[in-house]
Design a protein around this ligand. Structure first.
Ligand code: TMP
Length: 209
C-alpha cells in the first residue's frame, strides 16, 4: 500500500509548518508512518541559491528564481515517489502551488508559463489551503524580512491561489484564523479520511496538472 501525498498551502505565516508538525505527531500516535517535507528545501544546491535570493543576499531575475524553485522540487521527485511506495505518508509544507502563486503574483509572470515547469511532478492526493487574511498572518509574530513578506504582495498571492489554482476535486480550503488546536481539529478528520481511504484503494500517484 502506498503512502498518501498531502500538501499544505497558504500565504506566509498561515500556520502550515505548525499544522504539518501537529498532524505528523497525531498520525504517528495512531500508528501511521509519516514524513514532513518542506519546499523550498534550502539544504540542496538550488536551495542554497534560493535561500540567498529570499534573504535578499542575492538578486536574480524572477524567471530564474521560478525555475530554481521548480528544480528544487524536481530534484526530490524520485525520492518522493520512492518514499510513497514504501508506504510512508508525506505531508508537504508548500509545493508546486506556491511555486505558481508566488511567481505569478509577485514577479507578474504568465501563469501558464509558471504552471508548465511543474507539469509531471507527483500530484498531491489532497491539498489543504490554510486560509488566513494576509493582514492577520502578518500580525502573528510579524514577518522576518524575507523577500515576499509584505501584506500587499501576500494579498496578490492569495488571489492567485484561490482564483487560479483552486481545484474543487482536490482542494479543501480550511479557515485558519483560529488557534493552533482549532485549526488542527478541522484538519485532522479531513486528513484521516484521506489516509484511511488510501488503505482501501491503492491508486497510483497522479501527476500535475
Ligand atoms: P517558507 O517561508 O515556507 O520557507 O517559504 C519561503 C518563501 O518562498 C515564501 O515566501 C514562499 C516562497 N516560495 C516561492 O516563491 N516559490 C516556491 O516554489 C516555494 C515553495 C516557495
Amino acid at each position: 500500500m502506498r503512502g498518501v501525498l498531502l500538501a499544505l498551502e497558504g500565504v506566509d505565516r498561515c500556520g502550515k509548518t505548525t499544522q504539518a508538525a501537529r498532524l505528523a505527531e497525531t498520525l504517528r500516535q495512531r500508528g501511521h508512518t509519516v514524513e514532513t517535507w518542506r519546499f523550498p528545501d534550502r539544504t540542496t544546491a538550488t536551495g542554497k541559491l534560493l535561500d540567498a535570493y529570499l534573504s535578499r543576499a542575492a538578486e536574480m531575475d524572477g524567471r530564474v528564481a521560478h525555475l530554481l524553485f521548480s528544480a528544487n522540487r524536481w530534484e526530490k521527485a524520485d525520492q518522493l515517489l520512492r518514499t510513497l511506495q514504501r508506504g510512508v505518508h508525506v505531508l508537504l509544507d508548500r509545493y508546486a502551488y506556491s511555486g505558481v502563486a508566488f511567481s505569478a503574483a509577485v514577479n507578474q509572470l504568465d501563469i501558464d508559463w509558471c504552471r508548465a515547469t511543474e507539469r509531471g511532478l507527483p500530484a498531491p492526493d489532497r491539498v489543504f489551503y490554510l486560509d488566513v487574511s494576509p493582514a492577520a498572518a502578518a500580525a502573528r509574530g510579524g514577518y522576518g524580512g524575507e523577500r515576499y513578506e509584505s501584506v500587499p504582495l501576500q494579498e496578490q498571492v492569495r488571489r492567485v491561489f484561490l482564483e487560479h489554482l483552486y481545484d474543487a476535486g482536490r482542494w479543501h480550503v480550511v479557515p485558519a484564523d483560529g488557534s493552533v488546536e482549532q485549526v488542527h481539529q478541522q484538519l485532522l478528520p479531513l486528513v484521516l479520511e484521506c489516509v484511511e481511504a488510501a488503505e482501501h484503494h491503492n491508486t497510483p500517484v497522479g501527476t500535475l496538472w
